[in-house]
Design a protein around this ligand. Structure first.
Ligand code: ADP
Ligand code: MG
Length: 411
């Protein structure tokens, strides 16, 4: 799937609308994790240095179509200004005469950021008139918002049908890396899937099973698989209505010869809170009134053994309640192990908001081969689904082959 990218676009002197995903966490009016902003900088720089003017647009949070002062993009504009070393003004609204004027006044090499697109209900409704108003700002459309590509909104799909559309450099990298996991992974290929629930990840598990050699299951979702194996999980988070599905996944893995690694020991706690009593016990001896909160040391050793010769690893979902330090060991150990594997030349790709946060917390993000900026989008991609925001972008022009001189047909 080779999408046309900004490298092929004629950008000098053009006004370019760039959909970015600046949906970043904020606290007290400050950006607490700027990785998504940093990830868009190569595209922004490429366009500005190429002599274009840039209109950036993003959503932030879930304002549900209404202006919410706490979800204004000003802190994002300030952070981008620091990172890129140029002033990035934020308009008062994505629409309106003031914004239109500000866009018109942009000179080559200048940029601005439109206010939160989701202050307008028309954005998520993919309203054609709203898309037309956004398209009127620019000559060219660029989508670099991989994290929002699974949504068919006005700024991801509607506008792409109205302007010459190109993938940004981040979008290109996300598609390239994730496609290669599905199409041509170097084997042995292992997936580690953890996190809270099976239900949200069943489709990705089903698709990954057709690609991987090893499947590691951890976190809360492994509990449902322990139930499927006939083990008790006490008061742990588990989905009793998903046990049959979990059994089907295990049977499918067996049929395909995929090695499945489930917890053999777990850290159980009286309550899933800080400062509670906890201990490590075998996974088949879980007392009725305790909660599973992390994988145990023997499980970590098993996982590392199963992944020792893996050439490709995809990881989504923490292995325990990593937000509480006592239950973060499994996740931290595996993050360190994967960083070392990547160092040794394996391809390690991590996707998922919480998994990425756990890795960032350990300062290991830069060690991995690729950290996807898309949580939901990367999972949908790996489910094998077509993302509307990707699908709408035109494919690369085929490489031109010199045409044979045509022999003139005789009359
Ligand atoms: P990601 O965002 O990486 O896709 P998820 O959103 O699926 O991951 O899951 C992350 C959540 O799963 C975290 O908040 C973590 O506390 C929780 N979790 C992990 N293990 C357990 C467990 N054993 N019991 C309850 N919650 C868990
Ligand atoms: Mg999450």
């Amino acid at each position: 799937m080779d999408k046309r990218t900004i490298r092929e676009a004629d950008i000098a002197g053009k006004r370019i609308f760039v959909r970015v995903d600046f949906n970043v966490p904020l606290m007290d009016g400050r950006v607490t994790d700027d990785s998504r902003i940093r990830a868009a900088i190569p595209t922004i720089r490429h366009l500005l240095l190429g002599g274009a003017s840039v209109v950036l647009a993003s959503h932030l949070g879930r304002p549900n179509g209404k202006v919410q002062d706490g979800l204004r993009l000003r802190p994002v504009g300030e952070r981008l200004t620091q990172l890129i070393g140029r002033n990035v003004p934020v308009t008062g609204s994505a629409l309106g005469v003031g914004t239109e004027d500000a866009v018109k006044r942009l000179r080559p090499g200048e940029l601005l950021l439109l206010e939160n697109l989701r202050f307008h209900p028309e954005e998520e409704a993919n309203d054609p008139e709203f898309a037309r108003q956004l398209a009127a700002y620019a000559d060219i459309y660029v989508n670099d918002a991989f994290g929002t590509a699974h949504r068919a909104h006005a700024s991801t799909v509607g506008i792409a049908e109205l302007l010459p559309a190109y993938a940004g450099l981040l979008m290109e990298r996300e598609i390239t890396v994730l496609s290669s996991l599905l199409e041509s992974p170097e084997h042995p290929f292992a997936a580690i899937v953890g996190g809270a629930k099976v239900s949200g990840k069943l489709d990705v598990l089903t698709n990954l099973l057709t690609k991987v050699d090893v499947l590691v299951l951890g976190g809360g979702m492994a509990n449902t698989f322990l139930l499927a194996e006939g083990k008790a999980v006490g008061k742990s988070l588990a989905e009793h209505d998903m046990v049959d599905e979990a059994r089907r996944v295990l049977a499918d893995a067996k049929k395909r010869g995929v090695e499945v690694v489930l917890p053999v020991d777990v850290v159980v706690a009286k309550e899933v809170t800080r400062g509670t009593e906890y201990k490590t016990i075998p996974a088949d001896k879980i007392p009725a009134s305790w909660h599973i909160a992390d994988v145990g040391k023997a499980t970590v050793d098993r996982i590392e053994a199963a992944l020792a010769d893996a050439r490709t690893v995809f990881w989504n979902g923490p292995l325990g309640v990593f937000e509480i330090p006592s239950f973060a060991h499994g996740t931290i150990e595996i993050a360190r192990f994967l960083a070392a594997r990547a160092d040794a030349g394996a391809t390690v790709v991590v996707g998922g908001g919480d998994s990425v946060a756990a890795i960032a917390q350990q300062g290991l993000a830069s060690k991995m081969t690729h950290i996807s900026t898309g949580g939901g989008a990367s999972l949908e991609f790996l489910e094998g689904r077509t993302l509307p925001g990707v699908d709408v972008l035109p494919d690369q022009a085929p490489v031109k082959v010199a045409a044979k001189p045509r022999t003139r047909a005789r009359a």
